[in-house]
Design a binder for this molecule. Structure first.
Ligand SMILES: Nc1nc2c(c(=O)[nH]1)N[C@H]1C(S)=C(S)[C@@H](COP(=O)(O)OP(=O)(O)OC[C@H]3O[C@@H](n4cnc5c(N)ncnc54)[C@H](O)[C@@H]3O)O[C@H]1N2
Ligand code: MOO
Length: 437
């Protein structure tokens, strides 16, 4: 019998480092219409073609003034100004504001030249053409300045950013109609095992199991931005296996397999990859639970991710590392899944030297987030139902006591936003742009 080297095992931290630094082939760039670009990754930085907003405007219904003339104004000491006109929406004010003058401006209306602030209508009293101002405003108050959102020529979004509806709306405001994005990575998902049958199978023969890994992984990969081919079920037979992997490698950036990654006699993945495809195997095991028998290899410029067969293990590993790899293949600048700290409702056991991921339900209490572990075997899927996150017990810990804080990765596709390369604003805009009104 062939003696199998148990695993080339890496720690979770080392796998993350490896995935961060793995050289990946550069991607094809395509120009797509703005509204079709949500979820895609920017291939080049975007420069603002013009100042946005294109004119300084009021953020309140009120009166445009010269701020310094209102200094000292109060309930009993109003500043008196002449109302010299009204700005209409979508039109220019028509005249400059001089000392001693005020002009009515609606929210979003253009600020007249000479004015540098707006007093809200609540703080004035109109008496014919005279205006009593009962509250002082500082320069820039209640104004959005020209170029505060974007300055003509500046790089407003950087390459490697996954575009969300927020970035799309921002680009819409700039008049951008097409954006350069990377072609999404193509992933083929294969399930392996003689016991597996398609999930549509109505009546199972004893011993048969419906394929649940493919639905989970295909849908997750799609949510994480890949073009997915659900490649079906492959028998535990070396030739069938080699044929399926060979076909998938022809047109996929990533081949994702589930099952057949452990050390049992039927476990072929490693042998087929090394012997038939001369694959470079990065690791064949991660010191984590669930999901230890996970494999990552490269054949030429293409990657093969071998997930454990156990349904929860496959899903958890794909969530933690599969999407990290997909993010790299998609050209994303950073991979930073969102986690929050939560207090544990009950203790969690672990083994030192291994990272454990427990499925948890999150409950919001007055004193913050609490995590309720949903315990169960990794061969069962119910622990993922209604779970909001994965609580991490790092390898140096032997567990946590109830009430201790743990890090919980949210089980959805959100990631932290990448800050845009925007320049700090100068002058009055700098003083007001950071303020919340
Ligand atoms: N002697 C040892 N045995 C096992 C070890 C070990 O360290 N030493 N590790 C266990 C762990 S942990 C896992 S995880 C599994 C992983 O095994 P494989 O990746 O080889 O997966 P299979 O044996 O093919 O399947 C395991 C289990 O999952 C079911 N399965 C597989 N694919 C699917 C699918 N697409 N949809 C639904 N269910 C699936 C399969 O029927 C088995 O029940 O190895 C342990 N053994
Ligand atoms: O590691 Mo297995 O993947 O726990 O069930």
């Amino acid at each position: 019998m062939r003696v199998v080297e148990l695993f080339r095992v890496l720690s979770v931290a080392d796998v993350r480092k490896l995935l961060d630094s793995l050289p990946v082939p550069s991607r094809r760039v395509e120009e797509v219409p703005l509204l079709r670009a949500a979820g895609r990754v920017l291939a080049r930085g975007v420069r603002a073609p013009e100042d946005v907003p294109a004119f300084s405007r009021s953020t309140v219904d009120g009166y445009a003034v010269i701020a310094r003339e209102t200094f000292g104004a109060g309930e009993s000491t109003p500043t008196l100004l002449d109302v010299v006109g009204e700005v209409r929406m979508g039109e220019t004010p028509g005249r400059r504001l001089s000392e001693g003058e005020a002009m009515y401006v609606p929210t979003g209306g253009m600020l007249p030249e000479g004015a540098d602030a707006v007093v809200a209508v609540e703080h004035v009293e109109v008496m014919g053409t005279l205006l009593n101002v009962y509250r002082a405003v500082s320069p820039g108050q209640n104004v959005i300045f020209r170029g505060e959102d974007a300055l003509a020529g500046e790089e407003v979004l950087g390459p490697g950013m996954r575009l969300r509806p927020y970035e799309i709306a921002y680009l819409a405001g700039l008049g951008v109609r097409e954006v350069p994005v990377y072609a999404p990575p193509i992933a083929t998902v294969l399930s392996t095992g003689d016991e597996l049958v398609p999930h549509e199978t109505r009546d199972l023969r004893l011993g048969q199991v419906r394929d649940t890994n493919a639905p989970a992984i295909c849908l997750l990969a799609e949510e994480f931005g890949a073009r997915v081919r659900c490649g079906g079920i492959v028998r535990d037979d070396e030739d069938a296996f080699a044929r399926a992997i060979g076909a998938a490698l022809e047109d996929s950036d990533l081949v994702i397999l589930s099952g057949g990654s452990s050390v049992g006699v039927r476990d072929l993945t490693l042998r087929v990859l090394e012997e038939r495809f001369r694959a470079e195997v990065f690791f064949h095991g991660i010191s984590l639970h669930p999901g230890k028998p996970t494999l990552l290899a490269r054949v030429g410029e293409r990657f093969v991710l071998g997930l454990p067969g156990n349904p929860t293990s496959a899903t958890v590993v794909f969530f933690l590392f599969g999407r990290h790899l997909l993010a790299r293949l998609a050209g994303e600048a950073v991979f930073a899944p969102i986690a929050l700290e939560a207090k544990l409702r009950r203790p969690l056991a672990s083994v030192a030297g291994r990272t454990d991921y427990y499925r948890v339900r999150l409950v919001r209490e007055a004193d913050g987030w609490w995590a309720e572990p949903v315990l169960g075997k990794s061969g069962l899927l119910f622990t993922l139902l209604g779970s909001d996150g994965l609580a991490e017990v790092p390898e140096e810990k032997e567990g946590y006591l109830a009430g201790e804080s743990v890090r919980v990765y949210l089980l959805d596709t959100r990631q932290v936003a990448v800050p845009p390369p925007r320049k700090p604003r100068e002058g009055l805009a700098a003083r007001w742009t950071e303020k919340e009104e």
